[in-house]
Design a protein around this ligand. Structure first.
Ligand code: MG
Length: 458
């Protein structure tokens, strides 16, 4: 290890649920970027490191800092420039003995930025390595090596990623008849999904497809309130579907041909239904806050559903560990193992297009086949220091009824539905979920459990 240590300070947590995040120029500055690069070089000595960035205004500056730290540690750097998170992860997996880092704050507002560190298997590094990196980042002085690494520029060279995506497409002839509106939200998803679909022959209408770090088109998170323009264009253009990505292209939310937005877990259930028809007994992975539609489809198609804690790394690592075919999240994350077991908005687009072509039916009709449920998600304010106490109080109140403590408290109510209460990892609040088969059952469940949660917070 070439980095000189002059003083070790106690390491506060830097990594959140998705890498290191904060306001650029305040928490996330070029000095931190240099230390992230240096720490990464020290943790992975001699490894080639693929670096890439999203389109934020601060991303170039931070990329230079990371590169300088790595080169000073003697690591060779492959600069992939503007790239989506899943494409960089794929390239790391397929570049022997390399690791990676992407400069991105995903769907956060434009003033934010951050770092996601990618292990040699192309998946974000595990907790244990994050902790090692945190300790290294807090060194206050780094000494440059005598043999700095070399940097090569490989921006835009993602041919092998496109080839692998194309190999998952069922039939090209069906795609030529599809009209698809892709809303990249001015994010780097503009580099992949519209290009791939055009290459396959689809008629693609691009919305917010100029990469712009200020996100002038819409808020970067693909939530219903941000997708009004996409819904309207799908209707006006009589398109077959609409696809919306977040800022780094790892999530996709779909709009059907009627212009209606489909929740992420219904899209997951559709893909699950399609895949299980051809792969009976396959394993599916989803976080514990996922709709019953996913477990009902697994039951019907004889799949095996494995629930995890909330978080994309949890899903990715579990997909690999149990040998699952598919993973998914309600926020529009789809993990398809035969492609690469990370959240990838472009493979999500391929799998939904496959479902439309294979069935020869409109997207809304495919989704209508799935069972319907009623879900509510509430945010209950709770101070940072009070979360554990509130969850503890609720635990003793619900003693004997808890079906899982994997992430917060989940109570399954047999045929009626379920509730989940968990502490938010990023905000001062508890998240309260409830789902039922009918609206009146949902109301009953809320009447029973909401007062308990509110009392526990007090
Ligand atoms: Mg993202």
């Amino acid at each position: 290890m070439e980095g000189g240590v002059s003083k070790m300070v106690k390491a506060p947590r830097l990594f959140g649920t998705n890498g290191i995040r904060g306001v650029a120029g305040r928490e996330i500055d070029s000095g931190l970027a240099f230390r992230v690069g240096s720490a990464l070089g020290a943790l992975f000595p001699k490894r080639r490191v693929l670096i890439g960035r999203d389109g934020r205004l601060s991303s170039s500056m931070l990329l230079e800092g990371v590169a300088a730290g790595l080169l000073a540690q003697g690591n060779d750097v492959e600069d992939r420039g503007l790239i989506t998170t899943p494409a960089l992860e794929f390239m790391v997996k397929h570049t022997s003995s390399s690791v990676g880092v992407i400069i991105t704050a995903s769907h956060n507002p434009p003033e934010y930025n951050g770092f996601k560190v990618v292990n040699s298997d192309g998946i974000e590094i595990p907790r244990s390595k994050e902790e090692k990196m945190e300790a290294l980042i807090h060194r206050d002085r780094w000494r440059a090596g005598y043999q700095p690494g070399q940097r090569v520029i490989r921006e835009g060279q993602i041919g092998s990623y496109f080839e692998k995506l194309e190999s998952q497409v069922l039939a090209r002839d069906g795609i030529e008849n599809l009209k698809i509106v892709v809303d990249a939200g001015n994010g780097v998803g503009a580099l992949t999904t519209p290009r791939l679909l055009r290459k396959l022959g689809a008629h693609v209408i691009g919305v917010n497809d100029i990469i712009d770090g200020e996100f002038p088109g819409r808020n970067s998170e693909p939530r219903p309130e941000n997708l009004g323009a996409l819904m309207k264009i799908v209707r006006e253009e009589k398109a077959d579907l609409g696809i919306a990505h977040d800022g780094d292209g790892d999530r996709a939310i779909f709009v059907d041909e009627t212009g209606a937005i489909q929740p992420g877990d219904r899209t997951l259930a559709l893909i699950e239904d399609e895949l299980l028809m051809n792969h009976p007994g396959a394993k599916i992975v989803a976080p514990i806050n996922t709709s019953m539609v996913v477990s009902e489809v697994a039951k019907k198609r004889k799949g095996k559903l494995i629930l995890t804690k909330v978080g994309s790394i949890e899903v990715s690592r579990t997909v690999v560990r149990v040998g699952a075919l598919l993973g998914g999240e309600e926020n529009g994350g789809i993990f398809y193992a035969p492609h690469h077991p990370v959240r990838d908005g472009t493979i999500a687009a391929v799998l939904v297009v496959n479902a439309i072509i294979r069935n020869g039916r409109p997207l809304s009709k495919l989704l209508d086949r799935l069972p319907k449920f009623y879900m509510i998600k509430e945010k209950i304010p709770c101070k940072e220091g009070a979360k554990d106490r509130a969850i503890g109080a609720l635990k003793s109140k619900l003693k004997g009824r808890i079906s899982s403590s994997l992430d917060g408290i989940r109570v399954d109510l047999k045929e009626r539905g379920w509730i989940l209460v968990r502490a938010s990892g990023t905000e001062p609040l508890l998240r309260f979920y409830a789902e039922a088969k009918t609206e009146s059952q949902l109301q009953e469940i809320l009447n029973e459990f909401r007062p308990l949660v509110l009392k526990a917070v007090k």
